[in-house]
Write a protein that binds this ligand. Structure first.
Ligand code: R5P
Length: 305
């Protein structure tokens, strides 16, 4: 008889457990340790031959370690004769460098995808990629789901329909438009004129195209990393007279002191998903402002018991 298992890497056990409980697909027993020289050691302690495996692993920090772990788990399954290996990668790290922005840079997204494809992964499920472009770098099937309907549900329930959707930059305009449409809105979305230096990463804002006075403003974005975008965008919107500011962020990377920086600002609510586990110390800063929505329901339809 054929069986399915969920294999959890070390990046997001809570999500793997949640998906396992909801789907009734058991969590496979694995050993994910380290040799004394720091190299990852993987052993899948289930019957592998002929079975289906869903590896849940976000490419969150430490990113390179999590990529390596995912590759070693997949390789172990391939060598053991798994019939199907599906990588569930809720946050696809290295998806940001999907172009050679400056001469001399690597096309990192493609390198990571090529790497993943050599270890026997048959298909990949992911959430809110930074850019759809990278789907073209894959030769295996990719299921790309979005958390927008989950955010919209939360916004409608807590703030009603009368909100203004504002993209923090031109790059996010498509996402903001989709968000507004899912809200049932047909009007103009707000877009902030933002420029980020390709060399230093510094963010500069030049203004917004809409009147936000006395409005509840919702900012959808794919991730918060250093927090620079939010730290610049929020005061601009507040100064323009917004009544409330809500951020809907798919992936809470929250690098360095981003959580602390954001907690100090005028943001009223930060809604994120559980694609990335937020460390306890960072949680402390955001506690009162933070809501976490699970993306498990988006993944579940693609898993078979
Ligand atoms: C930009 O293209 C992204 O969608 C995010 O808006 C941005 O890069 C977030 O990064 P940070 O928090 O470092 O400003």
């Amino acid at each position: 008889m054929k069986h399915s298992f969920i294999i959890s890497g070390t990046s997001n056990h809570p999500l793997a457990e949640k998906i396992s409980r909801a789907t009734k697909i058991p969590l496979g027993k694995t050993l994910t340790g380290r040799f004394s020289n720091g190299e990852a050691q993987i052993r899948v302690e289930e019957k592998i031959y002929g079975n289906t495996f869903y590896i849940v692993q976000s490419l969150s920090m430490p990113v390179d370690e999590h990529i390596m772990e995912l590759c070693l788990i997949a390789d172990a399954l391939k060598r053991g004769g798994a019939e199907k290996i599906v990588a569930v990668v809720p946050w696809f790290g290295y998806g940001i460098q999907d172009k050679v922005f400056l001469p001399g840079e690597a096309l990192s997204s493609k390198v990571v995808i090529d790497f993943l494809q050599t270890v026997g992964i048959h298909s990949l499920i992911t959430v809110d990629l930074h850019s759809d472009n990278i789907i073209g770098f894959f030769d295996i099937p990719v299921v790309h789901v979005t958390a927008i309907p989950l955010f919209v549900q939360h916004i409608l329930k807590n703030y009603g329909k009368n909100v203004l959707v504002v993209s923090p930059d031109f790059g996010g305009a498509k996402r903001a438009r989709r968000f507004a449409k899912t809200m049932g809105q047909k009007g103009t979305i707000g877009i902030i004129d933002k420029e980020r230096s390709l060399t230093t990463g510094a963010v500069e804002l030049r203004g917004i195209n809409l009147d936000v006075k006395n409005k509840v403003v919702v900012i959808p974005d794919d991730f918060i990393s250093t927090g620079s975008t939010m730290v610049e965008v929020i005061p601009l919107i507040k100064k323009a007279g917004a009544e409330k500011i809500i951020a809907c962020i798919s992936h809470p990377i929250l690098a360095k002191d981003a959580a602390e920086k954001i907690s100090r600002g005028a943001l009223d609510e930060l809604i994120v998903t559980d694609t990335i586990v937020i460390e306890k110390e960072k949680m402390k800063f955001l506690k009162k402002k933070l809501s976490v929505i699970s993306i498990s329901s988006l993944i579940m339809p693609y898993l078979r018991v």
